[in-house]
Design a protein around this ligand. Structure first.
Ligand SMILES: CC(C)(COP(=O)(O)OP(=O)(O)OC[C@H]1O[C@@H](n2cnc3c(N)ncnc32)[C@H](O)[C@@H]1O)[C@@H](O)C(=O)NCCC(=O)NCCS
Ligand SMILES: Nc1ncnc2c1ncn2[C@@H]1O[C@H](COP(=O)(O)OP(=O)(O)OP(=O)(O)O)[C@@H](O)[C@H]1O
Length: 198
């Protein structure tokens, strides 16, 4: 039984990582999003909530009593130590869920040829060893701001330079075109990884 090729998508905030992930899914890859795993942990994991309140205080809780992402973001992206704490708490849990997901995939018959996940901090957290291939999506800051309809706060400051990511990655896409252009890029990557015609 052959295991799926494990692909990570990384890139700056609002570059188009989730859109690329959706395109991979449309082209037959199995997909999971690290951001979504984080959202589930914050919404449902009581140990995570307890640890966050102990370190960051009750003000990060929303009206429903669960950790509120916007409130956490306001604290951590202006406080490097608080961000380091949050990442140290969440990253091992995200990796564990991802690896469990990947193990499960290998038991599916027929196993998908390619499995893809979005990992915003792939190089920053030394996660690339877990993957066979890396796709970097980039776009100019102004366009990313326009597309997200929001200022990018300080998140980019946490990330290594796009040029460094591009150097280290297997595939690079500059996401300044249409969704169809992005889809065509993803189709090409899938064809290369599965040795099929696009
Ligand atoms: C701070 C939080 C609550 C903000 O939630 P929010 O809904 O605003 O953002 P979301 O989780 O959807 O992430 C959106 C994008 O923000 C960027 N981002 C998220 N975490 C980080 C981080 N630690 N450093 C830099 N950028 C980040 C990524 O580009 C990501 O794709 C949340 O992002 C979080 O808990 N982050 C810490 C965990 C983490 O590092 N996740 C990313 C890799 S697993
Ligand atoms: N090629 C494109 N053309 C037009 N809009 C796009 C394109 N690619 C992405 N977008 C839009 O840009 C925004 C950001 O894209 P997306 O959510 O895929 O990026 P991301 O890197 O996952 O963002 P984040 O870092 O916030 O998780 C979304 O509103 C998305 O619909």
């Amino acid at each position: 039984m052959s295991r799926p090729v494990a692909v990570a998508i990384t890139g700056g905030i609002g570059a188009g990582k989730s859109s690329a992930l959706a395109a991979f899914r449309a082209h037959g890859a199995a997909t999971v999003s690290s951001d979504e795993i984080v959202h589930h942990l914050l919404a449902r994991d009581d140990d995570v909530k307890t640890a966050l309140v102990r370190r960051l205080g009750e003000s990060i809780l929303g009206e429903d009593g669960r950790p509120d992402r916007a409130r956490i973001a306001r604290v951590v992206f202006d406080d490097a130590e608080a961000l380091a704490f949050l990442e140290a708490l969440l990253h091992p849990l995200v990796s564990r869920e991802y690896l469990q997901w990947r193990e499960q995939l290998a038991t599916v018959e027929p196993a998908p040829k390619v499995c893809v996940t979005e990992v915003p901090l792939l190089y920053e957290s030394g996660g690339e060893a877990r993957f066979d291939k890396v796709v970097v999506i980039t776009a100019p800051r102004k366009l990313r701001e326009q597309r997200r309809h929001a200022p990018l706060d300080n998140r980019d400051a946490r990330l290594i330079d796009d040029r460094e990511k591009v150097k280290r990655a297997d595939f690079h896409y500059v996401n300044t075109g249409t969704f169809e252009d992005l889809d065509a890029f993803v189709a090409g990557v899938m064809a290369e990884l599965t040795n099929d015609d696009p």
